[in-house]
Ligand binder design. Structure first.
Ligand code: FAD
Length: 485
């Protein structure tokens, strides 16, 4: 049995729903195949303003997300660096973010992801849950479709000129795009995480902040999801693997006990017993990127393409931003306005640039020898804009570095263009800093070799891909496709 579509999307997480919706909005026939039946559990609960106010608006779900009752996140509180006291950053520190949009949410991903998936259905996407993709259909020229098992257990084949793989970090579908995954030497961590049925909240106005606390073994996140639900996770070095394998829950509790700031917040609070929050889960938390993000007929987005350490809550932002870029390339190729090769080159260059900004900043961020001001300076160095130090940090932590006006709203345009060109300069600069390879917490477990990673990441010198560049593609006014600049 065969079916014909314009686009097949593999995976219904934030990346898949974004790509499918953006292409369906242009009237194309889109099939989205999701292995699970939603709602399904996923980690990655702390969002950034660019997702909530930019992407969700493009997808037509911003109001629904606003009204879902998620915890309002104004920024982050960190016990990190030389300063023994926690310090805050607020998204509102960013001058180009209007006050009402200087917020994000802490979300139960089962609920958030379902809002995006149902939004895709409303936009006209044919969504099939309980339908795992088994393999790609490809010939010597290009990827042409997928084989999957439908909800009744039947084997099916679907054909389309484009397949977007948004199937996350564990799926193997990404193998259809050659060139393997490159794993960061620097960010090779282990995450062990679970939930409490409540927990103390930070004083207002920061009660909804993510709290990240460094301690000897690594760092802990503390995310207030509901009054009666708090997500607590430890990001630690792989040397703790045996203890975690022996008893993940005991290891999780030991990590919390070793961090006084977080232990105080959960003192006397019972662990959650409601599914799916009754489990302690473990994830290998390595950062990686594919050597190539596309091949004729197929693109990779979200965790299928790349992943970077979660301390700045960048995962869903990068996943949805990358999906938007890929969907623009598909829309442009389908309507014949931009050749496939050029559109996907733009997608890949912009996506890598955004990833790289987070990656580079995180390296500085992990420098435990630095104090609060130094983090701010690092952010400023990366974005190289005339903003205050605190504002520069908030820019980065707010997921706004893309300078993509469709994501960051039209009224942020002027500064966004400045940022965009500054980030482009950074992308071609060989003045790289890597101050953290001797950081006490991570030094022993991480090897040097950042230069090699960067070469692998870019495959050589990077031409300026952005809209400011002479050959770069610009974005159409509706934000849904490319146009020749
Ligand atoms: P996913 O959300 O994983 O969705 C992929 C979907 O594809 C799934 O629904 C899966 O069922 C489906 N699928 C898989 N295989 C197939 C198949 N063969 N056929 C059909 N469907 C398939 N990000 C943040 O923004 N904030 C955070 O605070 C944060 N914290 C994190 C903490 C940790 C420890 C880790 C590891 C990650 C964290 N992240 C965070 C990152 C975040 O989890 C991911 O970046 C994000 O979920 C990626 O979205 P995605 O759509 O690419 O993939």
């Amino acid at each position: 049995m065969t079916q014909e579509y314009d686009l097949i999307v593999v995976g219904g997480g934030p990346a898949g729903s974004t790509a499918a919706t953006v292409v369906a909005k242009r009237g194309h026939r889109v099939l989205l195949l999701e292995r699970e039946t939603f709602p399904r559990y996923q980690i990655g609960e702390s969002l950034l303003p660019a997702t909530v106010h930019g992407l969700c608006r493009i997808l037509g779900v911003a109001d629904e997300v606003q009204q879902a009752g998620f915890t309002l996140k104004r920024g982050g509180t960190l016990r990190w660096g030389r300063d023994p006291e926690p310090w805050q950053f607020s998204f509102a520190m960013t001058p180009r973010v209007p006050e009402p949009t200087a917020t994000a949410f802490q979300v139960e991903r089962s609920r958030f992801d379902e809002i995006l998936l149902r939004g895709a259905q409303r936009a006209g996407v044919e969504v099939r849950e309980g339908s795992p993709v088994r393999r790609l259909v490809a010939d010597d020229e290009r990827v042409r479709g997928v084989e999957y098992t439908d909800a009744d257990g039947n084997s099916r084949t679907a054909y389309a000129p484009y397949v977007i793989d948004a199937s996350g970090n564990t799926s193997r579908i990404h193998g259809g795009v050659g060139g393997g995954r490159v794993y960061s030497d620097f960010f090779r961590n282990l995450a062990v995480f679970g939930y409490f049925a409540g927990g103390a909240r930070l004083p207002e106005p920061n009660s909804g902040n993510i709290f990240c606390a460094a301690f000897d073994a690594g760092w802990l996140w503390y995310i207030p999801l509901r009054d009666d639900l708090t997500s607590v996770g430890a990001v630690i070095s792989p040397e703790h693997t045996p203890a975690v394998q022996r008893d993940a829950r005991a290891a999780w509790r030991d990590m919390i006990a070793a961090c006084p700031e977080v232990s105080r917040l959960v003192a006397g609070v019972p662990e959650a017993t409601e599914p799916p929050y009754d489990q302690v889960r473990v994830r290998r938390d390595w950062s990686y990127w594919k050597k190539s993000f596309w091949t004729p007929g197929m693109a990779l987005v979200g965790d299928a393409a790349c992943f970077v350490d979660p301390v700045l809550s960048s995962g869903v932002h990068l996943a949805t931003y990358g999906a938007l870029l890929a969907a623009r390339s598909v829309n442009s190729a389908l309507d014949g306005s931009v050749p496939e090769e050029r559109g996907f080159a733009e997608f890949e260059a912009r996506y890598r640039r955004e990833y790289r900004v987070f990656y580079d900043f995180l390296i500085s961020f992990y420098d435990m020898e630095r104090n609060e001001d130094s983090y701010f300076w690092s952010a400023k160095k990366i974005t190289e804009v005339e903003l205050g130090e605190a504002a520069a940090f908030a820019e980065l932590a707010g997921g706004l570095v893309s300078g993509d006006t469709a994501v960051v709203r039209a009224d942020w345009h002027t500064s966004a263009a400045q940022l965009d060109s500054a980030v482009s300069q950074l992308a071609v600069s060989d003045d790289r800093i890597n101050p953290l390879l001797s950081a006490p917490v991570v030094g022993e477990t991480f090897r040097t070799g950042n230069d090699l990673q960067e070469q692998a990441l870019y495959g050589g010198p990077l031409d300026d891909p952005g809209p400011a560049g002479p050959d770069g593609l610009a974005v159409t006014p509706d934000g849904l496709s490319w146009v020749k600049a």
